[in-house]
Write a protein that binds this ligand. Structure first.
Ligand code: FES
Ligand SMILES: [Fe+2]
Length: 321
């Protein structure tokens, strides 16, 4: 078939003759706990600037309803001002404590539904706004008291492919674990085709932080499309900040696609649960889009089960290694 540019068009799809699930090569020898723990430690040491993902920009988009969530033990309310920009602050009304998430936004002003106190987003007695950032897909709030580290002007937002034509799928779930368990799961790429055989086949880790120096895990893997049809890609996993892991597809069809995982603690530090778990997938290649949507729910639920299991073992002193 001749392509738009006169070149021969090659389908990104391949027919894969994969071995049966039980016959694939075991990965546990390479998936050394110390290697994963080291990557996790380095991620934890990176600055977050005290920024936390609170939700998808779309969810915070409704003009009349504020968006509320407890993050790291702090009740937060977010809403849009008249010009569409975001306002954020404590979710507790400074008068008698009404939950501001249930209040109303009128012409960009948050109006408490108990006695009508008006908040325009600026500071007032008993209510100091929080810095808030809309990166186009996700909304972040900066909580300096909860974060406890040096503040950054902006969150560490992963580099994403341009939005033009790309599809963003945001999946959020809540589980019982700490953010580090979510990050540890994503820094173990070896479980891919064993634990998610419905999505991946033939996953091979071809680069680890030990040998490439840039602190990423590189994998070669085929995404299952339908039947024996697959899309082979190469991807790199990195943790740019303590609660984020990014998978960039670097080669093959879909190069430039990205899957981000953000773990947001809902309870205060040490309380150990629950955590909110947000995945964002931006598929640059049309062939990957339905795939990313279809498998995402199951994939993320299984990964959350992994993270919860890790936390349950850690918190009871039963984690191996
Ligand atoms: S509690 Fe909000 S105005 Fe009274
Ligand atoms: Fe996984």
């Amino acid at each position: 078939m001749s392509g738009r540019h006169g070149r021969t068009w090659t389908s990104p799809l391949r027919v894969r003759r994969a071995p049966a699930w039980e016959r694939q090569a075991p990965t546990w020898r390479e998936a050394r706990p110390a290697l994963i723990a080291g990557a996790l430690e380095r991620a934890a040491a990176r600055p977050s600037g005290n920024w936390y993902v609170v939700g998808a920009s779309r969810e915070v988009g409704a003009r009349e309803r504020p968006y509320g969530r407890t993050v790291a033990g702090t009740e937060v309310v977010v809403w849009r001002a008249g010009d569409g920009s975001l306002r954020a602050g404590p979710g507790v009304c400074p008068h008698l404590g009404a939950p501001l998430r249930d209040s109303r936004v009128v012409c960009g002003t948050l109006l408490c539904h108990w006695h009508g106190l008006a908040l325009d987003g600026g500071p007032r007695a008993g209510w100091e706004p929080y810095p808030v950032h809309d990166d186009g897909v996700l909304v972040w709030v900066r909580l300096d008291a909860a974060g406890g580290g040096p503040a950054l002007e902006r969150p560490v937002v992963p580099v994403r492919p341009g939005a033009g034509g790309a599809v963003d799928a945001v999946f959020t779930a809540v589980g019982r674990c700490e953010p580090e368990d979510v990050v540890a799961n994503r820094l173990d790429p070896w479980h891919g085709s064993w634990f998610h055989p419905y999505a991946f086949v033939g996953l091979k880790v071809v680069g680890t932080p030990d040998d490439d120096g840039d602190d990423g895990f590189a994998v070669e893997v085929s995404f299952k499309v339908a039947g024996r049809l697959v899309v082979p890609v190469r991807a790199v996993f990195t943790a740019p900040e303590p609660r984020t892991v990014v998978m960039h597809i670097t080669d093959g069809e879909g190069a430039g696609s990205v899957v981000e995982t953000h773990a947001t603690p809902l309870t205060a530090r040490g309380a150990a649960e629950p955590v909110s778990y947000t995945h964002l997938a931006r598929a640059a290649a049309p062939v990957l889009r339905p795939l990313m949507r279809r498998t995402a729910g199951r994939l993320w639920r299984d990964d959350l089960a992994y993270a919860e299991r890790r936390w349950s073992l850690r918190s009871s002193g039963r984690f191996p290694g």
